[in-house]
Design a protein around this ligand. Structure first.
Ligand code: URA
Length: 434
C-alpha cells in the first residue's frame, strides 16, 4: 500500500477502506508517513469529508493506537465529559466535583489550551502545588478513594490524536467534522468511562460556527459512542460570546469556585445544571427530569460539590486555602479597569476576539511547547443584551506587561459593541442530542 494512492483516492472523493485507514494511522504514529503526506491527506479529508463507516474506523484505529485505560476495578458507573473547546470554558472544574459529590466516579483526563481555546489542565495548574500528571495506577487509585481525579492525558493514551491534532493545528484542518469526531471520541473510548457527556460548542468562539454542523457533529459522536457500548449524550451550547465573565486561567478557577459556592454567572450555572441533569438522566433513566434538575441545583448550593472540589485539590497536592482566599489567583501585577464612554446596551461581545485579546496578554499558546502566563486574563462585567450606564465598568484586564496590555486593549475594542439596540440575551443551551 502507498500513502500517495490513499491521498489521491481521498482527493477524488472516494471512501477509504479499513485497511487504508489502518495503514495511515499506524504509519503516521510510527513515523513511517511524513508530515507533508499526512497534511495532504488531512486537507483532502477536510474538503471531501468521510462517511460514517470511515469516521468510525478512524476513531477505532486512533483509540487503539496506544494504551486503553481499564477502569473496571473502580466500583460504580464512571463518568467522563468532553468539551469541543471554547472561550471562558471552566465547566469541567464545576461539573466533575458536582457529579462526583453525587456518588458517581469521575475519571477525567483533560487537555491544555491550544489555539484560541482554553484547557482545563492549565487552569488547574494555576492552583499552587496542584499536580496534573500521575501514573495510570495512581489515577485509578485516586478515583477509587475519593471518586474524582482530573489529570493531563498520559503520553501513551491515543498517541495518534496527539500527533494528528498537532498537525491539524498548523495546517488549517481543525474544523472538520470527521476529524473532530474521531479526535474526541478516540480519547473518550480509550479513557474507559461508562457514561460520556459531550459539550459541543457552537459559535464564533468555537471550532464549529453553525448549529446545523454542530448537530451533525453531535449525532456522529453520539452514534460512535453508542457503537462502542457507552451511554452518551451531547449538549449543544452557545459559544458566540464567552462563557461566564472570566477568561484566563487563574481567573477562571476563581469563577469556578464562585459557581461551586452557588454564586456563578447565570449562563455558566445553566450549562452546568443541564450537563449534570443529562448525565444523571443517562444513569437513572427512571427519574423525572424536573426531579433531577432540582437535585442538581440543591447539590450546587449545599456546599457538597465545593467540598469534593477541595478534596480533589488536597489529594492532588494543591493549596486548598485558595477556595477561601483568592489572592494567589490574583497575582497579575497590573489590573486595569475600563469604563464605558456612553450609556446604552451591549450589542455584541465576540468570543473569538476576546480570546485573541487574552492571548495577547500571554494566556494562550501558539505552539504546544509555549509557556503561558496563568495569572493574566479578562474579567467582563456585562453580557450581550445588558444595559450599561456611562462610566460603568465594562472589563478589567489582568496583565504583567504594559506592551501586551496595550495590544490586548486594542483587540478587545474590536470585540465589544455598545449601542442603542437592546438585544435579547443569548440562550446558553441550544439543543440536546441523545
Ligand atoms: N477537541 C478535541 O479534542 N479534538 C478536536 O479535534 C477538536 C476539539
Amino acid at each position: 500500500m502507498r500513502m500517495i494512492d490513499i491521498i489521491i483516492k481521498k482527493r477524488n472523493g472516494e471512501a477509504l477502506s479499513e485497511e487504508e485507514i489502518s495503514f495511515v494511522v499506524d504509519g503516521y504514529v510510527k513515523g513511517d508517513i511524513p508530515d507533508y503526506q499526512m497534511s495532504a491527506l488531512l486537507m483532502a479529508i477536510y474538503f471531501r469529508g468521510m462517511n460514517i463507516e470511515e469516521t468510525i474506523t478512524l476513531t477505532k484505529k486512533m483509540a487503539y493506537s496506544g494504551k486503553v485505560l481499564d477502569l473496571s476495578s473502580i466500583p460504580g458507573i464512571k463518568v467522563d465529559k468532553h468539551s469541543t473547546g471554547g472561550v471562558g470554558d471552566k465547566t469541567t472544574l464545576i461539573f466533575a466535583p458536582l457529579i462526583a459529590s453525587m456518588g458517581y466516579p469521575v475519571a477525567k483526563m483533560s487537555g491544555r489550551s491550544l489555539g484560541h481555546t482554553g484547557g482545563t489542565i492549565d487552569k488547574l495548574e494555576s492552583i499552587p502545588g496542584f499536580k496534573t500528571s500521575m501514573k495510570d495506577e495512581e489515577f485509578i487509585k485516586q478515583v477509587k478513594e475519593i471518586g474524582i481525579a482530573i489529570v493531563g492525558q498520559t503520553e501513551d493514551l491515543v498517541p495518534a490524536d496527539k500527533k494528528i491534532y498537532a498537525l491539524r493545528d498548523v495546517t488549517g484542518t481543525v474544523d472538520s467534522i470527521p476529524l473532530i469526531a474521531s479526535s474526541v471520541m478516540s480519547k473518550k473510548i480509550a479513557s474507559g468511562s461508562d457514561v460520556i457527556i459531550l459539550d459541543v460548542k457552537v459559535g464564533r468562539g468555537a471550532f464549529i460556527k453553525d448549529i446545523n454542523s454542530a448537530k451533525e457533529l453531535a449525532r456522529i459522536m453520539v452514534g460512535i459512542g453508542k457503537g462502542f457500548g457507552r451511554k452518551i449524550v451531547a449538549v449543544l451550547s452557545q459559544m458566540d460570546q464567552p462563557l461566564g465573565f472570566a477568561i484566563g486561567n487563574s481567573l477562571e478557577v476563581m469563577e469556578a469556585i464562585e459557581t461551586l459556592k452557588g454564586r456563578g454567572p447565570k449562563d455558566l450555572n445553566e450549562l452546568i445544571v443541564t450537563l449534570a441533569t443529562e448525565t444523571l438522566r443517562l444513569i437513572n433513566i427512571n427519574y423525572k427530569n424536573e426531579d433531577i434538575r432540582a437535585k442538581v441545583m440543591e447539590q450546587l448550593s449545599n456546599g457538597k460539590a465545593l467540598a469534593k472540589f477541595k478534596e480533589m485539590i488536597k489529594t492532588q497536592g494543591g493549596d486548598v486555602k485558595i477556595v477561601d482566599d483568592y489572592s494567589p489567583l490574583l497575582s497579575a501585577k497590573i489590573q486595569k479597569e475600563i469604563y464605558s464612554l456612553e450609556g446604552g446596551y451591549v450589542e455584541d461581545i465576540d468570543a473569538y476576539k476576546v480570546a485573541l485579546s487574552v492571548m495577547a496578554l500571554g494566556a494562550g499558546r501558539e505552539k504546544k511547547e509555549d509557556k503561558i502566563d496563568l495569572s493574566v486574563g479578562i474579567r467582563l462585567y456585562k453580557k450581550i443584551g445588558d444595559k450599561i450606564e456611562k462610566n460603568e465598568p465594562i472589563v478589567t484586564f489582568y496583565a504583567n506587561d504594559v506592551e501586551k496590555l496595550k495590544r490586548a486593549q486594542e483587540i478587545f475594542r474590536e470585540a465589544i459593541k455598545i449601542g442603542n439596540k437592546k438585544k435579547d440575551p443569548l440562550p446558553i443551551v441550544l439543543d440536546v442530542i441523545s
